[in-house]
Design a protein around this ligand. Structure first.
Ligand SMILES: [Fe+2]
Length: 242
C-alpha cells in the first residue's frame, strides 16, 4: 500500500531534484562540516559531544510530532484551496498527509536512536535532558511555527540535509566512532543511507515545490533562503555547545 503510493507519487511528480538543489546541499554541507561543533566531534571531545546530544535534543524530540501533526491545518485553510484550486489542493494535501505520516514514523525511531547515542556517552534519560538553550529554542520555533506550506516543507528538507551532512561527515571519524560505539553510531548510519528519489528529502522537496505559489518564479532563491535560514539556526544551536 505504502510502496504503491510512493510509486504513484514518483510518477506524478516525475522526481529528480532540480539542478539548483545540489548547490544548496553543497553549501550546507560545507558550512556544517567546517563548523566548530563538527571539529570538536571529529577531535573526539567527549564533554562537547555530551553537550551537543543534550543541547540538540529538544529539536530531535519534537521533530517527529511536528512532521506528523502539523499538516492538519492544510485541510482547513480556505486560502490554500483558493490558491491551488480545490481538486489540486485536495490531491496535494492528501499526498502530504501520506508522506509526512510515514516520515514521522521513521523520525520516531531516529529519536530513540538519538537517546542511544546519549547512553553511549553516559547520559541518562530524562534527567540529563531537561534544559533548552535560547539558540535551540529559536531553531525549534523557526521550524515549528512556519505555516506557509512550501516554507514549512523546505524547513523539513533543511533538517534532512543537516542530519545527512552531520552523519556523512562524522561517520568517517574513527575517533568519534570509538567514543559512540556501534549502538551510539546508529543515528548517524541511518542518515547516510541513500534512498534516491523516494528519500524523505526529495519527497518533502517535491511537495514544497508543488505548494510554491509562483512556479518558476525565483523558486530556487526562495528555497535557498528558507533552507539556509534553518541550517544557520541549527549551526547557532550546535555551536553554542562548544
Ligand atoms: Fe531522521
Amino acid at each position: 500500500m505504502q510502496t504503491a503510493t510512493l510509486v504513484n507519487f514518483k510518477q506524478k511528480f516525475n522526481t529528480p531534484p532540480p539542478v539548483w538543489f545540489k548547490d544548496i546541499k553543497e553549501e550546507a554541507y560545507k558550512k556544517i562540516t567546517e563548523a566548530p561543533f563538527a571539529e570538536a566531534c571529529r577531535r573526539g571531545d567527549k564533554e562537547i559531544i555530551k553537550k551537543l546530544i543534550v543541547g540538540l535534543w529538544p529539536f530531535v524530540d519534537v521533530f517527529p510530532r511536528l512532521v506528523g501533526q502539523k499538516y492538519m491545518y492544510l485541510f482547513t485553510n480556505p486560502l490554500l484551496y483558493f490558491r491551488h484550486g480545490p481538486l489540486n489542493m485536495l490531491s496535494l494535501a492528501s499526498s502530504t498527509v501520506v508522506f509526512l505520516r510515514s516520515i514521522a514514523n521513521d523520525e520516531k525511531s531516529h529519536r530513540l536512536l538519538w537517546l542511544d547515542s546519549g547512553s553511549a556517552v553516559g547520559l541518562k534519560y530524562p534527567e540529563d535532558y531537561e534544559s533548552i538553550s535560547l539558540q535551540t529554542q529559536i531553531w525549534k520555533d523557526g521550524v515549528a511555527n512556519e505555516t506557509e506550506p512550501s516554507d514549512m516543507l523546505f524547513g523539513y528538507v533543511a533538517i534532512e540535509i543537516i542530519a545527512e551532512s552531520v552523519s556523512k561527515n562524522l561517520i568517517y571519524s574513527d575517533t568519534f566512532k570509538s567514543i559512540l560505539g556501534e549502538q551510539g553510531m546508529k543515528w548517524f548510519t541511518v542518515h547516510t543511507i541513500d534512498h534516491g528519489d523516494i528519500s524523505h528529502e526529495n519527497l518533502e522537496l517535491q511537495l514544497a515545490l508543488a505548494f510554491h505559489r509562483k512556479p518558476n518564479v525565483a523558486i530556487s532563491e526562495a528555497a535557498t533562503r528558507r533552507i539556509m535560514k534553518v541550517v544557520d539556526d541549527f549551526l547557532a544551536s550546535a555551536n553554542a555547545c562548544v
